[in-house]
Design a protein around this ligand. Structure first.
Ligand code: 13P
Length: 252
């Protein structure tokens, strides 16, 4: 049985005072003993203070991006060791905004995933098709390519989570239907079985992301291959994020 994970990607939102209010609001409503993992990925300047804010709670901390090199002349970038130093345990890699706005390629993402895993953190590797891909019937081909160019047996499955985020559902209010999402998640799991093996693929968590809200979270997470959510907009509001965490518990 895979333990559900609810992850919040804050993107480029929240100042320090707002972040403290959000975390306090989530912690107020969070059942520490509930059988669900919770991850928050604030912008990088908030990692140190948020690590303090979530210390001794079940909330884990993740970064939204990382550079693949250990150190050097890379102005504006942050390494895995630096993230680890803040108290991070997870890093999002290959978010669609990194791919489509910042031009990150599979080659680059393969290096990033390896840097994260070799550095002792867990990579949340994000994949997903554009609307154009979906309408052209290329969804599974795109997913396969995104998996094959980055994941291989040298990437420890114990330090890997996959997030399926159809690009057309991100920030648009359009969610994949539970059936649409389940179909792709099942495909992803089968592909992961060919990268690793069936038993490993069964253990890997695959999150769904793209306009997850309190109102649609339960039906999405009730699907057999959806093991949690990667939440954008709704994670910025404590009541919404905690409602999604509760949905993960009722959906099983
Ligand atoms: P929204 O939930 O705002 O659609 O964002 C999803 C996302 O990109 C999470 O990484």
């Amino acid at each position: 049985m895979r333990k559900p994970l609810i992850a919040g990607n804050w993107k480029m939102h929240k100042m320090l005072a707002e972040a403290r209010t959000l975390v306090t609001g989530v912690l107020d409503k969070l059942d520490e003993s509930a059988d669900v993992d919770v991850l928050m990925c604030p912008p990088v300047q908030l990692l140190f203070p948020m690590a303090k804010a979530v210390a001794n709670t079940k909330i884990m901390l993740g970064a939204q991006n990382v550079h693949e090199e250990a150190s050097g002349a890379y102005t504006g970038e942050v390494s895995v060791a630096m993230l680890k130093d803040t108290g991070c345990s997870h890093v999002l890699v290959g978010h669609s905004e990194r791919r489509h706005v910042f031009g990150e390629t599979g080659d680059r993402l393969a290096k990033k995933v390896r840097a994260v895993v070799q550095g002792g953190l867990t990579a949340v590797y994000c994949i997903g098709e554009t609307l154009e891909d979906r309408e052209a019937g290329r969804t599974t081909a795109v997913i396969d390519q995104q998996i094959d160019e980055v994941l291989a047996s040298d990437v420890s499955a114990d330090q890997l989570i996959v997030a399926y985020e159809p690009v057309w559902a991100i920030g648009t209010g359009k969610t994949a239907s539970p059936e649409q999402a389940q179909e792709v998640h099942a495909h992803i799991r089968a592909r992961l079985a060919s990268v690793y093996d069936a038993a490993t693929a069964e253990k890997l968590r695959i999150l769904y992301g793209g306009s997850v809200k309190p109102g649609n979270a339960t039906s999405l997470m009730a699907q057999p291959d959806i093991d949690g959510a990667l939440v954008g907009g709704a994670c910025l509001v404590a009541e919404d994020f905690t409602a999604i965490i509760s949905a993960a518990l009722t959906a099983v």
